[in-house]
Design a protein around this ligand. Structure first.
Ligand code: SF4
Length: 321
């Protein structure tokens, strides 16, 4: 049986938002009761439009922001009950790579200083830290001479390799990749995705890949999680979901993906209408009902439950009942 690397149980993250002077406050429900398990050695792709809460979910897992309610279990340890030592250990074993590598590197620091910094913070001496930085560079297939470069001297692809080296240097078990290729040219995107797949296999890593690009998900992930306005609406094996999407939102995302199904050109497709809406004024019932062509009165008043349609495939829609 697969062993869980990360388990999320009914996870919620609400941000308070002022309604104006004397009018109290509302909440932006960026993550609204998400439960999912990512197994060790697995790649899960998290997809959804901008504002669906994907990045907030990553920040909650990384504990960069507090949880409103629910639980994050990392390698069997409930982080809400973790000791200081367990939290410190978790911070070295989960790392993150963001979309824009240039913004994560100090323009006044050499690559070496940037990669060494997390090691120095964790008390590793400079000599060992330098050796570990060189090893991380070789893992991302970059010559050690680039350690003495500054960010402005490097291309977008080289910067993303360095961001990955920096994430690898602490020897993590889990990596969260937030739009890892969307700032890159298309030819470089493929190189970075292949590098990530090689590293995952070589080091036995677990990935959570956050993206709005279904082509990236199809290429890299074992399972796909689809998020809409703070909720998980579909979760299952990538091939199964993409071949047979069951949630109307997943179908809409696929229809909107220009390269995914070139053979579908000319065929009639369900095109989603409207904008995703706001996390502050969420629609009642099923959050997707204002855009859903199949919405009924029940969808406007009642929130659907997750329905299992196969062992690993679940859908949050009344039509799947
Ligand atoms: Fe559409 Fe209703 Fe399903 Fe929501 S529950 S996706 S509104 S059919």
């Amino acid at each position: 049986m697969s062993e869980a690397a990360i388990e999320l149980v009914e996870l919620k993250k609400y941000f308070p938002v002022s309604n104006g002077f004397g009018k109290g406050r509302s909440y932006a429900k960026a993550v609204d009761g998400i439960s999912l398990t990512i197994n060790k050695g697995e790649i899960v792709g998290l997809v959804g439009e901008s504002g669906s809460g994907k990045t907030t979910l990553a920040r909650v897992i990384l504990r960069l922001t507090d949880i409103t309610s629910g639980t994050v279990i990392f390698d069997g340890v409930d982080l809400s009950k973790a000791t200081r030592a367990q939290m410190k250990d978790m911070r070295t074993r989960v790392s993150v790579v963001f979309q824009d590598p240039a913004s994560n590197l100090n323009p006044r620091e050499t690559v070496l200083s940037s990669i060494m910094r997390p090691l120095i913070i964790h008390g590793i001496n400079r000599k060992d830290a330098k050796e570990m930085a060189s090893k991380a560079m070789s893992l991302v297939k970059m010559d050690a001479r680039y350690l003495y470069s500054y960010p402005h001297q490097l291309s977008g692809g080289q910067l993303q390799r360095i961001a990955i080296a920096r994430a690898l240097v602490m020897n993590p078990k889990v990596m969260i990749l937030d739009e890892p290729t969307s700032a890159l040219d298309i030819s470089v995107q493929a190189q970075i995705l292949n590098l990530l797949l090689d590293l995952q296999e070589q080091l036995g890593l677990t990935y959570l890949v956050i993206t709005h690009d279904l082509n990236v998900i199809r290429y890299i992930s074992d399972r796909i999680a689809v998020m809409y306005l703070g909720r998980l609406v579909e979760f299952g094996p990538t091939q199964e979901v993409l071949d047979n999407p069951r949630h109307p939102y997943t179908k809409g995302l696929m229809a909107a993906s220009p390269i995914l199904n070139p053979h579908d050109r000319g065929r009639e497709k369900y095109m989603m209408e409207g904008e995703p809406g706001s996390l502050i004024n969420l629609p009642s019932g099923c959050h997707f009902h204002p855009r859903c062509p199949y919405a009924t009165e029940r969808c406007r008043t009642e929130a659907p439950m997750d329905v299992k349609i196969s062992e690993l495939h679940q859908v949050n829609c009344f039509m799947a009942e």
